[in-house]
Design a protein around this ligand. Sequence first.
Ligand SMILES: Cc1cc2nc3c(=O)[nH]c(=O)nc-3n(C[C@H](O)[C@H](O)[C@H](O)COP(=O)(O)O)c2cc1C
Length: 305
Amino acid sequence: MLKTNILGMNLSNPLFLAAGILGTTASSMKMVSDAGAGGIVTKSFSIESNDGYDNPTIIKIEGGVINSVGLASPGVEAKKEELKQLNEIRSKTPVIASIYGDSEEVFSQVALQTKDYVDAFELNVSCPHAKCGYGSNIGENPETTYNIVSAVKDTIKDVPIIVKLTPNVTDITTIAMAAQEANADALTLINSVGPGLRIDYKTAKPILNNIFGGISGPMIKPIALKCVYKTYQTVDIPIFGVGGIKDYKDALEFLYAGASILQVGTSIMYTGPEIFKTITDDLTKFMEENSYKNLEEIIGLAHEQ
Ligand SMILES: Cc1cc2nc3c(=O)[nH]c(=O)nc-3n(C[C@H](O)[C@H](O)[C@H](O)COP(=O)(O)O)c2cc1C
């Protein structure tokens, strides 16, 4: 009932692991596959390794977390070795590589070097706390978004390109349109919100070493839903919805808003990878009880008034 396919990937269910959570090593990604995820997005990586910020880089807040991991990651050579080990699971659990860079050349090079080991790329142009100084500054601007997506599309003809957008803009649909015009195959909405700030009331000092960090988890769901809803009305390419999904009801809201595929990030920290099976079991039960035969009957329903 939850079987679906997107961009040439056949999925047992529409729930992907979101970038940055458990997506660093092959063994953790295999564990997520065993736990029942429909697909995996890796932690973002680039050509060079990046140490990210010093600890503390992540703290729990009401309704979510705030993090300034800063795109900490191994470089492309080390990542390629991890990706090779995922070949055995890709027919069951497709793998999307999340990549970042500071120029068209870097994005294109990372994609070229890893394209044989992945089913799609997710271009991270939306990190609100990138240590290297680039991230959402690309995805806040339609022109730079267009240029990066075009460059990667020109370089990589045979692997689909998904563009992950930041909600931290005046109108996300202008950026979504720029990505579509550059021939992106799909969009992922949204990266973390903010950045935001928390201060230790006892010491009067910012808690995160980087002072500011991206906000994620259940508290950002209404913002993510708004972004998916508005973008669904604007573009023709499919949308991966992400931001605060913790149960099947949240999953349904994203599908109703127009997401074809879903990603789960922060909520895994509360319940562990079992969350994939819990949500898919509950979603199947809901669909049976409400006589839905497949996901297509649900996607975009909130737009039919
Ligand atoms: C600790 C942490 C690390 C993250 N790292 C990345 C990353 O490397 N690349 C990326 O595109 N998004 C990253 N994200 C953002 C998530 O993929 C997701 O877009 C965001 O957290 C909203 O979804 P959620 O509320 O389900 O976590 C990270 C989020 C968290 C909490």
